[in-house]
Design a protein around this ligand. Structure first.
Ligand code: OOG
Ligand code: NI
Length: 462
């Protein structure tokens, strides 16, 4: 019996969702085409170095998606579906007090964790859960109606959840069941053609477009699918040249002379898509909604917590300089601040323990002589080489920016009320599984590589 294993299921899941999204949102196809051109161009320009942060095969197939659910129960079910594809919750993001605009959700990302699994296919899904209990957005009456609406719908069928459970237990599925799992899981994230209750949708939309997108319709959907590029500045210009209007900015680190760190993202605005509405008089008619958009990203090296602190300080410094001098473009100010304060080389990031690397014994390591046990000396002496660990996660501020740049209405927030406490422990209870911390995942990878190096060099430890 041929078994489709977890890795292969994920490879196919990323591909079937990409086909679905391409059919539903044609501009996404353009984005994928332009991304492939940009990556090819980058490779031609930069040769072997181009694939330092991931092979072209990995980067070309690489996507992240985003979905939004309405309750802990829905989140728990989503976790079962994703686990069937070898994707586990990593990281906690509270977007409710995010600048520039608060969003009534808390989020995590489902993704593979092992280096080999990431290399095979790093598909990840940013998953947000509505917090209807949060009084800054919803009063008690609306909370109750939201919970009733969400409680009455089914996002994931019993058949899908049962197949997913078997895939988890067995590490894969035989061919016919694997096909069925993929079909049902993909369909669960398609845009529904069910008529939307217009009055209900508009009532939620006035408070938060994201609340309407989650609690105003009877199903969830992939709301963007993001390819990865090796040069996001090239991509931005190429898309504009094709007549697709991009948002004003590239979120995250600036375009600068030093190493690529963390994550840079940009997007084109949500497009109007035809949807059916049930009007107050009971008739059904066509209208449109702008909720789904195209996003693209470039990934760099993961930062340690010290590196993240520095990154946050630089963000704050950029904000500060812009308050003093608001006419200057963010990009320009950011470039200036980074040039002053961010280490200009990967080597420097490594030495100062600001970024994560894996280590290996150099192929041309010198023989004989006394081996130092200090990592910096081992690298400087040519015994050990360091490779950057790619940042596989998200940035809360960019996420909030991505949400906000695609909302038209401002929404309403009652600042007088207190927010409902929701932290990572709470979300773990809701999901029923531990959430991994990104920094711990990277640190474990780093440590594992150091253990191998120490063994290879016959050292007691590094
Ligand atoms: C998720 C927005 C966050 C990202 O790339 O930061 C995100 C959403 O719009 O539901 O996908
Ligand atoms: Ni995204």
């Amino acid at each position: 019996m041929t078994i489709v294993d977890t890795t292969e299921l994920r490879v196919r899941f990323a591909a079937t969702l990409s086909d679905l999204y391409g059919r539903e949102v044609p501009a996404y196809q353009t984005l994928v085409e332009v991304s492939a051109e940009v990556n090819q161009r980058y490779l031609e320009k930069n040769g072997a170095d181009a694939q330092r942060l991931g092979s072209l095969a990995r980067v070309t197939a690489e996507r992240h998606g985003a979905i939004r659910v309405g309750s802990p129960n829905e989140l728990r079910q989503a976790a079962v579906v994703f686990e069937a594809f070898g994707m586990y919750p990593v990281g906690f993001y509270d977007l409710r007090d995010a600048a520039p605009r608060p969003i009534p959700v808390v989020s995590t990302a489902f993704r593979p964790v092992d280096a080999a699994e990431l290399a095979a296919n790093p598909f990840r899904v940013f998953t947000s859960m509505l917090v209807p209990e949060d009084r800054r957005f919803f009063d008690a009456n609306l909370e109750a109606r939201l919970q009733a609406f969400i409680g009455a719908r089914t996002l994931f069928s019993v058949e899908l959840l049962e197949l997913a459970e078997i895939a988890i237990a067995d590490g894969g599925l035989p061919v016919p069941e694997a096909d069925r799992l993929l079909e049902l899981a993909t369909a669960a994230f398609a845009l529904s053609t069910e008529p939307i209750d217009e009055a209900w949708y508009r009532e939620l939309d006035a408070i938060s477009a994201v609340a309407a997108d989650i609690g105003g319709v009877a199903s969830t959907h992939i709301n963007h699918l993001t390819p990865r590029v090796l040069d996001i500045d090239d991509l931005y210009e190429s898309m504009q040249a094709r007549g697709i209007e991009m948002i004003d900015d590239i979120q995250g680190p600036p375009d600068w002379d030093g190493p690529d760190v963390l994550l840079r993202q940009t997007s084109f605005r949500a497009l109007a898509e035809p949807r059916l509405f049930r009007r107050a008089d009971g008739t059904v008619g066509e209208g449109d909604l702008r909720v789904r958009f195209g996003e693209v990203e470039a990934r760099g090296v993961a930062l340690t917590s010290a590196g993240r602190d520095l990154y946050d300080e630089l963000l704050a410094e950029v904000d500060r300089r812009r308050t003093v001098d608001p006419v200057r473009a963010r990009r320009e100010v950011a470039r200036e601040v980074w040039a002053e304060r961010m280490p200009h080389t990967e080597r420097e990031l490594e030495k100062r323990n600001l970024a994560f690397f894996t280590y290996s014994v150099a192929a041309d390591a010198p023989r004989g002589g006394d081996l130092p046990s200090d990592l910096t000396a081992l690298i400087d002496g040519g015994w050990v080489v360091a490779e950057p660990i790619v940042y596989e996660d998200f940035l809360p501020r960019s996420a909030a920016g991505i949400f906000a740049s695609n909302l038209t209405a401002a929404g309403t927030v009652n600042e007088e009320s207190d927010g409902t406490p929701r932290d990572m422990e709470w979300l773990e209870m809701a999901i029923g599984k531990p959430i991994l911390l990104p920094e711990e995942v990277y640190e474990a990878q780093r440590q594992a590589s150091l253990t191998v190096v120490a063994e290879g060099l016959g050292l007691d430890g590094i």
